[in-house]
Design a protein around this ligand. Structure first.
Ligand code: ZN
Length: 475
């Protein structure tokens, strides 16, 4: 009881009312990978009290109240909850994207799915309805049981141009309208301002002009908010940096990045918030190699699986132009994506080598990019591009928390929220072992893992796969 009594006495001494009860859980005999980049520590223990980490270190030195719940995690590995710095939520029903699916129920289903995959926080970039901010505020006053939300509210889309969500984002045309939009978002309490600067490979005649993007960024800074831009072209990235942008939501991928861009990013501390390498990969695959992988299939609806396995999808990949509901133009979704993927990978590695701040983000949520699943793909692709598994984990945890500016998450250290992922196998041996999820905690709450999930079906419909048998990709 010693630890518990001391905790209560300390709280009383500090002038706080004693909590009605203290809930303490001890995880012990685990190997700790704390997310800071520090070496893995075998024989470690973590103490969680009322959702916060009160101790993380050698098991031998750990003190905990006698009545604490103890879980022996011998042979297992613990990493911080994964943070995805670029997602969209509540967009889809199976493979159809529509504003009408943006309901509290669908948003919760997505956030639970992120959590099941060990993604305990997400940054939603610019397609949220206002109720998401209420949900976020509730989360920040409590101990959530689904992924934590950081929201950019409704992002800035140029009238007639690329980006946003039809029916949710209100396109703008002038610098004055841009400033008004930012002011409205700031008044709602968004965490970031998002803007889209792209013309979808020159298929759309309108692209946001510098006068408008500069007004958005300037107004965001006046409201003490950072601005994140969707980009594709190298020249746009440079222009946005001159205008003061704080981060990019995608890799530059029209051509190789040059020293000028890298120097500008470093000099101004501009982040590559989310490389979205897994997004580019998803669009370059005619048939997805994970369609029979239980780590994937458990997280998607039967309707999604049927559509992804269909001839229609294969045809769209091969033939290109497709008309999407709500878009006034045809989109060549899969056109030239192989080259785009390779360019994104090459540029991503150039940024890492140059020492640019790099987070981990996927742009999952829209069609073909899967909540939670893509975060694991993204870390694998970072390793494919030359980083170590440790660096990939760090980018997805403490680095992303640094980008978010949230000191309460991102690493397994005393004082942080107990957002944790327990793994059966060592992710430092093989980054694919992040899929061997045996438990997920958010604020100390144990939530169902992907291996205990079967989306939109009874649990008994998903009988294959387990955390101790990591899937083997056919490539
Ligand atoms: Zn996006």
């Amino acid at each position: 009881m010693q630890g518990l009594k001391w905790g209560v006495v300390a709280l009383l001494a500090a002038g706080f009312a004693a909590p009605a009860w203290c809930e303490t859980t001890v995880l012990t005999n685990l190997t700790l990978i704390d997310g800071t980049g520090a070496a893995a520590q075998p024989n470690s223990a973590i103490v969680m009290t009322n959702g916060k980490i009160t101790y993380a270190g050698p098991a031998a030195a750990m003190k905990a109240p006698k009545d604490a719940t103890v879980q022996d995690l011998s042979g297992k590995f613990v990493i911080p909850g994964i943070i995805d710095s670029h997602v969209h939520i509540g967009l889809m029903h199976d493979v159809t994207q529509d504003e009408k699916y943006f309901t509290p129920e669908n948003v919760s289903a997505d956030l639970k799915q992120y959590a099941a995959y060990g993604v305990t926080a997400v940054q939603v970039l610019g397609t949220d309805k206002d109720f998401v901010l209420d949900l976020r505020n509730q989360q920040r006053k409590s101990r959530p049981t689904m992924s934590r939300v950081f929201s950019a509210g409704q992002g800035a889309v140029i009238k007639g141009g690329y980006g946003g969500l039809v029916g949710v984002t209100q396109p703008i045309a002038t610098p004055e309208e841009a400033r008004k939009l930012v002011d409205e978002q700031a008044a709602k309490g968004v965490d970031f301002i998002k803007l889209w600067v792209d013309d979808e490979r020159k298929t759309i005649p309108v692209k946001m002009p510098p006068a408008v993007s500069a007004a958005i960024i300037d107004e965001a800074h006046k409201k003490h908010l950072r601005a994140v831009a969707h980009v594709f072209y190298l020249d746009d990235a440079k222009e946005l940096i001159r205008e003061g942008v704080d981060g990019f939501g995608h890799m530059v991928r029209d051509q190789p990045v040059d020293k000028e861009l890298l120097d500008m990013m470093k000099a101004k501390g501009v982040w590559m918030v989310s490389g979205t390498l897994s997004r580019e990969m998803a669009y370059s695959l005619a048939m997805m190699p994970w369609l029979n992988d239980p780590f994937f299939t458990r997280g998607v609806t039967p309707g999604t699986l049927d559509a992804l396995r269909s001839m229609a999808r294969e045809k769209a990949v091969v033939l290109g132009p497709t008309r999407f509901p709500g878009l006034p133009y045809e989109k060549k979704v899969f056109w030239d994506m192989d080259r785009t993927l390779f360019q994104a990978l090459e540029n991503w590695q150039a940024m890492v080598n140059a020492g640019v701040n790099v987070g981990m983000g996927t742009d999952s949520g829209p069609n073909g990019r899967f909540p939670g699943f893509n975060a694991h793909e993204e870390m694998q692709m970072q390793v494919l591009a030359g980083r170590t598994p440790m660096e990939a984990i760090k980018s997805a945890t403490s680095d992303n928390a640094r980008w978010l500016g949230d000191k309460s998450i991102g690493s397994v250290q005393a004082g942080k929220w107990a957002d944790l992922v327990v793994l059966e196998k060592n992710p430092l041996d093989d980054i694919r072992n992040t899929q061997t999820i045996s438990a997920v905690f958010i604020a100390g709450n144990s939530v169902p893992t992907i291996w205990q999930t079967c989306r939109d079906r009874p649990l008994s419909a998903c009988t294959t796969g387990s955390p101790s048998e990591p899937p083997h990709m056919p490539y």
